[in-house]
Design a binder for this molecule. Structure first.
Ligand SMILES: [Zn+2]
Length: 176
C-alpha cells in the first residue's frame, strides 16, 4: 500500500513543522464545525478526509491568531490530525460508546501521517509522531487530562498510550 498523496496538495502549504500530534475528537463519526476549528485534518469513520479550518502553516512559529489549538502549550510547529470518534466513550471499564474508532480510520491515519512526514520532512519517532496521550510523557509538556488514544476499539489487545503510539509509528514507517 502506498501512502503517496492521500492528502490533497493544497491542504499542505509550505511550512516548517516539527511534529504531528494525533487525536480523537471525542465526538461523532462525522466532523462537526467545532471539530474542524481545532485540527488541520480530520478523518471520518469511513476514512473520508475533512480539512480543518486552520491551515497547517498557521501553526508554524511564530503562531498568529488563527492557528489550530489542539494541544495545550504545544501547538507551535505541531500539525494536528484527529479521528472523528469516541463520543461518550468511557476509559475504565473500557466502553467505546456508539461512535467507536474504526480500523479504517486508523489505517487512514497511518497513510495521512506518512504523507505529512514526507511532505514536511518529519522523521518518525516518539517525539515527532505521537498521540496527544503521549505528549506529557514523550515531550514533558503537562496536559489537562482529556482522554485520548489509549485504546483502539477494533483491537482490544492494544492498551495504553505508548502501545497505541508504537502501533501507529510502525504502521507509518511501513508506508515510508
Ligand atoms: Zn487531543
Amino acid at each position: 500500500m502506498s501512502a503517496t498523496n492521500i492528502i490533497p496538495e493544497d491542504w499542505k502549504p509550505a511550512a516548517k513543522m516539527q511534529r504531528i500530534i494525533c487525536h480523537w475528537t471525542a465526538g461523532a463519526h462525522k466532523a462537526s464545525d467545532f471539530d474542524r476549528g481545532h485540527y488541520h485534518i480530520l478523518i471520518e469513520a469511513d476514512g473520508k478526509l475533512i480539512r480543518g479550518i486552520p491551515t497547517i502553516d498557521a501553526n508554524q512559529a511564530p503562531v498568529g491568531k488563527n492557528y489550530a489549538a489542539h494541544t495545550l502549550n504545544c501547538n507551535t510547529g505541531s500539525i494536528g490530525v484527529s479521528l472523528c470518534c469516541m463520543a461518550d466513550a468511557v476509559e475504565a471499564p473500557f466502553n467505546p460508546g456508539k461512535h467507536p474508532m474504526t480500523e479504517k480510520q486508523w489505517d487512514t491515519l497511518a497513510a495521512v501521517v506518512a504523507d505529512l512526514c514526507r511532505e514536511y520532512k518529519i522523521p518518525v519517532g516518539p517525539k515527532t509522531v505521537l498521540s496527544h496521550a503521549e505528549v506529557q510523557s514523550n515531550l514533558g509538556i503537562q496536559q489537562r487530562g482529556k482522554w485520548d488514544f489509549t485504546r483502539l476499539a477494533f483491537a482490544p489487545s492494544v492498551k495504553g498510550a505508548q502501545a497505541c503510539g508504537d502501533n501507529l509509528r510502525a504502521a507509518v514507517a511501513k508506508l515510508l
